[in-house]
Design a protein around this ligand. Structure first.
Ligand code: ZN
Length: 193
């Protein structure tokens, strides 16, 4: 297991759109090891997702997973099976959005409110270059949008419209968490994901 160092906001690699990878690059043993390390790093940090540029590598690859380690931190998040997205693109299904509250491994101790599309379709390759078409909704769709944003050089803070919603994790827990969890749990139940 290899945990890579995480890049933080201010590092230009997070502001640079990543480049797509070729099938040959993806098949290379070194790239496959990198994907293993990316997954190890995401799990070690208990993140719901991670993008390659969050560990300093400007390639269009991200991983998402909400497993046991993550649900201990965010019990309201529906599980997401481990999914590696290579060269992903997202298509929004309809204009419906919901208010989410997000944080980011690359933005230490900050959370904020932003809107995400409720339903998206991701087109990508899996880590072996097979075509992947995934339709996701709700918080899972929010996680997909957060990670693909990273690959485009966008950080969640860019999408926060009301900067007064920013809070540290402690202040979020103290003042906002119970209200957010109540609202988002109802939303997750309504949306079915
Ligand atoms: Zn992030």
């Amino acid at each position: 297991m290899t945990v890579l160092p995480i890049t933080y906001i201010g590092d230009p690699v997070l502001r640079t759109p990543t480049r797509p990878v070729t099938r040959d690059e993806l098949a290379d043993a070194a790239m496959q090891r990198f994907i293993d390390d990316l997954i190890d790093t995401m799990r070690d940090a208990a993140g719901a997702g991670i993008a390659a540029n969050q560990v300093g590598r400007s390639v269009r690859i991200c991983a998402v997973e909400v497993g046991e380690a993550t649900t201990r931190r965010y019990p309201y998040k529906p599980p997401i099976p481990l999914t590696v997205l290579v060269n992903p693109t997202l298509e929004y299904l309809g204009d419906d959005t919901y208010a989410n509250n997000e944080g980011c491994l690359s933005v230490p101790d900050l959370r904020g409110d932003l809107r995400r599309h409720i339903r998206v379709v991701a087109t990508a390759w899996d880590r072996h270059g097979n075509d992947l078409l995934t339709k996701v909704a709700g918080l899972t769709a929010g996680t997909y949008q957060h990670e693909v944003d990273h690959l485009d050089g966008i950080i969640f803070v860019d999408r926060v419209e009301d900067t007064r919603s920013f809070s540290t994790w402690d202040e979020f827990d103290r003042h906002h968490r119970s209200h957010f969890v109540e609202r988002i749990t109802k939303f997750v139940d309504d949306i079915g994901s």
